[in-house]
Design a protein around this ligand. Sequence first.
Ligand code: KG4
Ligand code: ZN
Length: 344
Amino acid sequence: MLTTTQNIYILGIESSCDDTSAAVICNGKVLSNIVANQEVHAQYGGVVPELASRAHQQNIVPVVQQAIQRAGITKEDLSAISFTKGPGLMGSLLVGTSFAKSLALGLNIPLIDVNHMQAHVLAHFIKEENSKIPPFPFICLTISGGHTQIVKLNSHFDIEILGETIDDAVGEAFDKSAKILGLAYPGGPLIDTYAQKGNPKAFSFTKPKVGDLEFSFSGLKTGILYFVQRNVKENPNFIEERLYDICASIQHTIVEILMDKIKNAVKKTGIKHIAISGGVSANSEIRRRLQLTEKHNGWTTYIPKFQYTTDNAAMIAITGYLKYLKKNFSEISTKAEARLKVTE
Ligand code: KG4
Ligand code: ZN
């Protein structure tokens, strides 16, 4: 391990899906974290890969420049460049990968490839005032638009998958339910907002019957589709009249499923340090329920700040920093991987 007497500045670059992001971290503390969202996808109701890679191409230079400028440093101060290698959309990953390689070569500094799924979890190691850093071993529920899994971390890079989804990710369950209701993409945050005004017990949906630590959301999505179609047939204004109750009931069902799985993981491992990560961990109900359970079950929970839940480069930079300390650098021949397990 290197000692951290000197300042180590890591630039992180994230371009796995539809957010172009760059961040600078100094000795584990975030100096800047710039995220450019791509509005272009909203009109299509989902991410269009070809448009995403084009938008990354347009955004990457200004986003990186802004991250370096906001950090109050120059690019010559950087110690290493970290970037998302995968998993993600290949056309999107290639933009960040090529850019990171060129910059590292140009500055003659180490290049560090980062697994996006590991980064979601390792975002918990960003040092901030009053931040609660989980001790090993801990359990993390990673819930995003592309992934849903429960992992156990024995150390930063010793990760075991305890369970994962056998079909859709939980973010997809939110987004597809929102689409059925005619809401814009991404629908997760909208369901969260409307749910706050509704009754979570107004309607009930069947929870999937899968293994204790497995997830499945495709049946729930179909159930919600049939439920809406049935009710709209009887009353064409059903969605408008009951939108808040429908959203609250959908959210309640999804959060119940997630809480059940966390409880099963605690039972199986005996570990009571529980973290959540990924875009869906921004959801207010899962946050509330976890905090409640912390009080009642003697758990310690770790809930990331909002800016580190959805895709962001600060999580790539902190993972890069942890790899830098181990001198775990990448060859220039490293390549983007659309599919990559959290353990790889
Ligand atoms: O981690 P993320 O930004 O991208 C992926 O790696 O997939 O996660 C995006 C997902 C989307 O499905 C979005 O609807 C969901 O996170 N999301 C939410 C909330 N905020 C974002 N879902 C429910 N409630 C929220 N507040
Ligand atoms: Zn993500």
